[in-house]
Design a protein around this ligand. Structure first.
Ligand SMILES: Cc1cc2nc3c(=O)[nH]c(=O)nc-3n(C[C@H](O)[C@H](O)[C@H](O)COP(=O)(O)O)c2cc1C
Length: 186
């Protein structure tokens, strides 16, 4: 038996669509780093690699991205979920926001916003387009560089090291703890 689920995404229970959680770093006009968790994220083209990020109009993340066009998506493992959630608490811009949120900024490979050292992988992006839906926008981001902890790159199962987390519902996340090889079957 199937049961209908409320179409309002906030009321989805269970949620049929998990969003990958990243800590997005951007910089403002003063060069100060902003850190915020985002999960309305997905790949849209493979070659060249391009993804989308859904963001509210009032957020520092969209404002910084629209002003200077660059961001880094930093992948927090499950052990950083509490810190990632806490980073959603709004704060006025400050020169040491990354540190105040419990993260160590390190230079990115190709863009100005920093990578966060505690995170296991990083996707560096430049803005390619924006589509507005009321007070929310979809930011189209071209991937210009990616990096990950050497431990994950060298591991037999990199996903057991990365342990990426996904937004399921307010206050609830899921974790990938292993990559599972497919065994084709009928
Ligand atoms: C796990 C998690 C995922 C979130 N994903 C998004 C998202 O994809 N888009 C968005 O606009 N806000 C999202 N939020 C809310 C923002 O993180 C929050 O409003 C934050 O204060 C925005 O910060 P900013 O103004 O620095 O961008 C999420 C919050 C959490 C805890």
């Amino acid at each position: 038996m199937k049961r209908e689920i409320d179409v309002a995404a906030r009321n989805w229970r269970p949620s049929p669509l998990a969003g990958p959680i990243f800590l997005v770093t951007t910089v403002n006009a003063q060069g100060w780093t902003n850190v915020a968790p985002k999960s309305l994220i997905n790949f849209i083209t493979v070659s060249p690699p391009r993804l989308v990020l859904g963001c509210s109009r009032g957020h520092h993340t969209s404002q910084n991205l629209l002003a200077n066009g660059e961001c880094v998506l930093n992948l927090p493992q499950d052990r950083l979920a509490g810190r990632a959630w806490a980073a959603a608490e709004p704060r006025p811009p400050a020169p040491d926001e990354a540190e105040a949120r419990g993260f160590t900024p390190i230079p990115a490979l190709r863009v100005r916003p920093p990578r966060l050292a505690e995170c296991a992988a990083h996707i560096e992006c430049r803005l390619e387009g924006v589509q507005w839906y009321g007070d929310e926008c979809v930011l189209v981001l071209g991937v210009v560089a990616a990096s990950a902890d050497a431990e994950a790159c060298d591991a037999e199962d990199p996903y057991a090291v990365l342990r990426p987390i996904f937004f399921l519902a307010p206050g609830i996340f899921g974790t990938i703890t292993a990559g599972t090889p497919v065994r084709p079957s009928a």
